[in-house]
Design a binder for this molecule. Structure first.
Ligand code: S3P
Length: 432
C-alpha cells in the first residue's frame, strides 16, 4: 500500500494523451477469442490487474495465449471445449471476469470453483447465478450462491427469457455467452440499454443476433449452437480512464487532446453531461474501429460550469464515471443531484459512501441518499486525506480533486490504480 502526496492547485494542463485501452473490451476480446474457432489477434490489449485475471483464468482452462514482439495477443480458441481447471480460478478484483466467466463455465460439463479478492467476495452474484441456474447450470456457493467462492458444473443448458432489471452489462453478457451453447433462443430484455460491447464483438466473430429497441425495453436475442469465428480486434482507449484527465482539464486552465477514445453511446454519458454543464468538450476525427465508435476528445478548460441532475435512466452510460463526476459537480454552480444509482453501492467499494466521505473531507457540501447523492457547489476544495477503500476509480477521482484543491492531498492506497490504469500517475506528470 503506497501513499501518494499531491499538491494543488495546479496551474493548468497541456498536451495529448492516449490513455490505456478499454477494460470492458479487453476482457471480452480475450474471452471471445478463447470461445472461437481459430486464432484471434488482439491489438492494443489493456494489461492491468483486472484483465490479467481474465487472461490467467482462460489459460487455466487450457487456452494457449502468446504475445508477439509488437505486444499483439494471439489467442488459440477452443471452440467452447475447455479443460477442467486443476485449481480454484481467481477473478481477483474483477466483477466482469467473475460474472462473464460464470456464463462460460456454465456451458462446461466439468467442475470448477471461482473466487475473488476480499472486495469481490463481498459483491452480489445471485444476479447471474439465478438465471444461469434457470438455464440448467448447477451452481452453489456462499450465502446460497450469492457470494464467491462458487462452484459450477454446467452443460445441457436451455435458452431463457430474462428481464435484466438492473441494466447490468455483466449479467447480459454472461447470459449471452451461456446462451450460445444452450438449446433454443436466449433473450435478454433491459429497461435501458447497458453497454453493448458483447453484442458488437460477437457480431465481429460472425455470430448472428437480433437487437430490438422498443417500448418495454431493449431486447437482445440469440440462437444457441452458433460458432464464433476467430478475428482481429483493436481495443480503443478507455473512456472511463480518459474521464479523469478530461475532468482535470475542465476544472483547470489549458487544453488537452485525448486520443482514440471509445465513444460508444452506452459509455459516453459523462462527456455528454460535461457538455450540459457548460464544459468545452468536442469529439474530433470520429471513426469506427472493430465495430465500435472512436474519436479524439478535445477539451478546453476553465469554462464556468453549472449544476446538473442525473436520472436513473442516464446512470448506466456513466456508471463508472460517477466518482469523478461528483468531483466536477462540487466545483459547479448550484445543486447537482444523482438519483437511481444504488448500483454504486455494490461496485469495487460502496462508491456513494466513498464519494460523500471524501468530498466532505475536502470541504464540499454533500447530501447522501440510498440511491445517490446531492452536491452543493461551487466549493473551494481543500487538500485532505483520501480513503480509497482499495477502489481504483476512487483513487483516481480524488487524485484529480487533490490537484485542483488548495494544499496537500494524501491518497492512502495509490497502488489500486493498477486495477485499470497502471500508468495513471506517470501520465498525470506528462500533462501538468
Ligand atoms: C462492466 C459493466 C458494468 C461496469 C463495470 C464493467 C462490463 O457493471 O460498472 O465496470 O464490462 O460489462 P454492471 O454490469 O454491474 O453494471
Amino acid at each position: 500500500m503506497k501513499t501518494i502526496e499531491l499538491e494543488g492547485p495546479v496551474k493548468g494542463v497541456k498536451g495529448e494523451l492516449r490513455v490505456p485501452s478499454d477494460k470492458s473490451i479487453s476482457h471480452r476480446a480475450v474471452i471471445l477469442g478463447a470461445l472461437a474457432k481459430g486464432t484471434t489477434k488482439v491489438y492494443s490489449w489493456l494489461r492491468s490487474a483486472d484483465t490479467l485475471a481474465t487472461l490467467s483464468i482462460i489459460k487455466a482452462l487450457g487456452v494457449e495465449v502468446k504475445e508477439d514482439a509488437e505486444g499483439v495477443l494471439l489467442i488459440k480458441g477452443k471452440n467452447y471445449v475447455f479443460e477442467e481447471p486443476k485449481d480454484v480460478l481467481n477473478a481477483e478484483n474483477s466483477g466482469t471476469t467473475a460474472r462473464l466467466m460464470m456464463g462460460v463455465l456454465s456451458t462446461q460439463p466439468f467442475f470448477s470453483v471461482l473466487t475473488g479478492d476480499e472486495s469481490l467476495r463481498r459483491r452480489p452474484m445471485l444476479r447471474v447465478v439465478e438465471p444461469l441456474r434457470e438455464m440448467g447450470a448447477f451452481i452453489d456457493g456462499r450465502e446460497k450462491g450469492n457470494k464467491l467462492p462458487v462452484s459450477i458444473r454446467g452443460g445441457d443448458l436451455k435458452g431463457i427469457s430474462f428481464f435484466n432489471k438492473k441494466a447490468s452489462a455483466q449479467v447480459k453478457s454472461s447470459l449471452m455467452l451461456a446462451g450460445l451453447r444452450a438449446e433454443g433462443i436466449t433473450e435478454i430484455v433491459e429497461p435501458v440499454l447497458s453497454r453493448d460491447h458483447t453484442e458488437r464483438m460477437l457480431g465481429a466473430f460472425g455470430v448472428k443476433l437480433t437487437t430490438i429497441p422498443e417500448e418495454r425495453g431493449h431486447i437482445v436475442k440469440l440462437k444457441g449452437g452458433q460458432e464464433l469465428v476467430a478475428t482481429d480486434i483493436f481495443c480503443p482507449a478507455d473512456p472511463s480512464s480518459a474521464a479523469f484527465f478530461c475532468a482535470l482539464a475542465v476544472l483547470a486552465q489549458g487544453e488537452l487532446l485525448l486520443k482514440d477514445v471509445l465513444v460508444n453511446p452506452t459509455r459516453d454519458g459523462f462527456y455528454r453531461k460535461l457538455r450540459e454543464m457548460g464544459a468545452d468538450v468536442e469529439y474530433v476525427n470520429e471513426r469506427e474501429v472493430s465495430g465500435e465508435p472512436v474519436a479524439d476528445i478535445k477539451v478546453k478548460g476553465g469554462k464556468p460550469l453549472k449544476a446538473v441532475k442525473v436520472s436513473g435512466e442516464e446512470v448506466p452510460s456513466m456508471i463508472d464515471e460517477m466518482p469523478i463526476l461528483a468531483v466536477v459537480m462540487s466545483m459547479s454552480e448550484g445543486r447537482s443531484e444523482v438519483r437511481g444509482a444504488s448500483e454504486l453501492r455494490v461496485k469495487e467499494s460502496d462508491r456513494i459512501k466513498a464519494v460523500v466521505e471524501n468530498l466532505r473531507a475536502m470541504g464540499a457540501v454533500v447530501e447522501e441518499f440510498e440511491d445517490g447523492f446531492a452536491v452543493e457547489g461551487p466549493s473551494k476544495l481543500k487538500g485532505s486525506k483520501v480513503k480509497t477503500y482499495g477502489d481504483h476509480r476512487i483513487a483516481m477521482a480524488f487524485a484529480v480533486a487533490g490537484l485542483v484543491a488548495e494544499g496537500k492531498t494524501l491518497i492512502d492506497d495509490a497502488d489500486c490504480v493498477n486495477i485499470s490504469y497502471p500508468s495513471f500517475f506517470n501520465d498525470l506528470k506528462k500533462i501538468l
